[in-house]
Design a binder for this molecule. Structure first.
Ligand code: FAD
Length: 469
């Protein structure tokens, strides 16, 4: 049931702030990373404690309001904001406590990667984080989480030690290996389906603070060769090496020579998790593949590596994203992606191919809810355009580019990269039948009414109200 009258917000008492359409700051608070998402919640509960979250969830349930849960607000389809419902906004929950002796960090659900990386790097430690530093730790961890450290340290979710969770029935529980292990399993890949996570504790690793890494840039004539190079080098490098290729348009930034500004280019990104000397040696092939137009490889602080590509996906542009796990990069896929690069409808769009494998692939598939551990590559097509432009041509380009990679598809996408046009079947496919069935069982146990449904939804087997959607 969804109410259409104004909810009695005076009954919602939290230590944080309650915003309604009449409150100053409401418009700023309802905005998310993807500027194409323009939703107007009835209430935004800016929570500061788990008790606030309990109160907000109970208030929403009592008043029949759909609940959106917001960590960093980076959900591509804008799942962290809703029309006419209640947003549990966790962004004020910024506490970070590093325990260098135990090599763990506990962080509030509103923390973003720039903040967590800065805190852990003070001790020369880190956990695998995403490649864009203002992404929330919350949504990224719950979907799996890959970044530069994935091949040595595993996925972000592989390093989760425990999570504090507010459940649909208003309890606060700690999920870990020895405490609610079914819930703990599901939280590592199953998204926000099972409750609101208010705190994450991660295992940390020695990282940097300086690593060897960066990028080389070539003009677009080398784009096909660069993708072949990535394909052929990836299986031969040690786990310490992490590679990716980006087909982008060079921005008018000082790192790029003037003749490349506004031109399509191919970027090979690389990082080495280990000593600078070993990194220089291991990444030599990247530098020597062909003389680059720009060579940005060298010693780099880990926190800078983590922010290296931030400028390519600013908040507020309009976005449409398609992604796919790839078994390989065969010639027809290479040719198709390069043709799409040159036929792009927007200079802001990107085609990204990331190498996977290494430590993340050695975690048994059944250990967590994250499914596609054996994919050697993942494709992300990020269609991006200015707000004033019509979406149609850019969405169509994004879809055509994704379609060009279908010959190498493993049949599914990373769940955190599903967009508005990916339906229930794509959510099922992202997990595969065995993992999906297990997720349904956990969902049914912890959220039988599908209270938490504004996510890549796993429906409970049965609900007290019938169809939960
Ligand atoms: P939000 O929009 O706040 O939330 C995303 C989803 O998680 C929503 O369904 C929300 O309800 C749910 N959720 C959020 N917080 C909680 C919580 N505390 N408890 C329960 N549910 C919650 N992924 C990678 O793995 N690696 C990358 O390198 C990477 N790069 C990206 C780059 C860009 C530009 C973008 C847009 C995305 C990228 N992603 C990457 C995908 C990213 O993992 C997801 O977008 C992720 O969901 C973002 O988390 P968030 O907390 O910022 O998002």
């Amino acid at each position: 049931m969804t109410t259409t009258t104004s909810p009695p917000v005076e009954e919602l008492r939290i230590a944080g702030t309650v915003l309604t359409p009449a409150t100053p700051g409401y418009d700023e608070a309802r905005r998310v990373w993807n500027g194409a998402i323009d939703r107007r919640p009835a209430v935004i509960a800016r929570c500061t404690t788990a008790a606030d979250v309990v109160a907000a969830v109970e208030f929403a349930r009592r008043n029949g309001l759909p609940i959106a849960v917001r960590g960093g607000g980076h959900s591509i389809p804008g799942l962290s904001v809703c029309d006419d419902g209640l947003v549990v906004d966790l962004s004020p929950m910024k506490g970070i406590a590093v325990d260098p002796d135990a090599r763990t960090v506990t962080a509030g659900a509103g923390v973003v990667w720039a903040e967590l990386d800065a805190a852990t790097q003070e001790h020369g430690l880190a956990v695998t984080g995403g490649e864009i530093s203002d992404t929330g730790i919350a949504g990224l961890t719950l979907g799996g989480g890959y970044g530069w450290l994935k091949r040595t340290c595993g996925l972000t979710c592989d390093n989760l030690v425990s999570a504090e969770v507010v459940t649909a029935d208003g309890r606060v529980v700690l999920a870990g290996a020895d405490s609610h292990p079914d819930l703990f399993w599901a939280l590592r890949g199953g998204g926000g389906n099972f409750g609101v996570v208010t705190r994450f504790t991660y295992r940390l690793h020695d990282v940097g603070p300086m690593l060897y890494g960066g990028a080389v840039v070539h003009s677009a004539e080398r784009a096909a060769d660069a993708l072949r190079f990535l394909r052929d080098l990836a299986p031969r490098v040690p786990d310490e090496v992490s590679l990716m290729a980006a087909l982008v348009v060079a921005p008018p930034a000082p790192e790029f020579p003037a003749q490349l500004h506004g031109e399509p280019v191919v970027v090979i990104g690389a990082a080495y998790h280990g000593s600078l000397g070993d990194g220089q040696e291991a990444l030599r092939p990247v530098r020597e593949f062909a003389p680059p137009a720009v060579d940005l490889l060298g010693p780099i602080p880990y926190v800078a590596l983590q922010q290296m590509v931030d400028a390519f996906t600013p908040r507020g542009l309009h976005y449409h994203v398609k992604s796919e796990w790839l078994a390989d990069l065969p010639e027809d896929v290479v040719d198709g992606l390069v043709a799409q690069h040159l036929a792009r409808t927007s200079p802001l769009s990107q085609i990204l191919v990331h190498q996977m494998g290494g430590a993340l692939a050695r975690v048994p598939r059944e250990a967590t809810a994250f499914a596609y551990r054996d994919a050697p590559f993942v494709l992300s097509v990020i269609g991006a355009w200015q707000p004033a432009e019509p979406a149609g041509p850019h969405v169509a380009w994004t879809r055509r580019t994704w379609a060009a990679a279908q010959p190498a598809s493993l049949g599914a996408s990373y769940v955190n990269h599903l967009d508005t046009d990916d339906g229930e079947e794509r959510v099922r496919a992202a997990y595969g039948p065995a993992t999906y069935d297990r997720l349904v069982a956990v969902k049914t146990a912890w959220d039988p009414d599908n209270t938490f449904r504004l996510n890549q939804n796993i429906r409970p087997a049965q609900t007290s109200e019938g169809d939960p959607s």
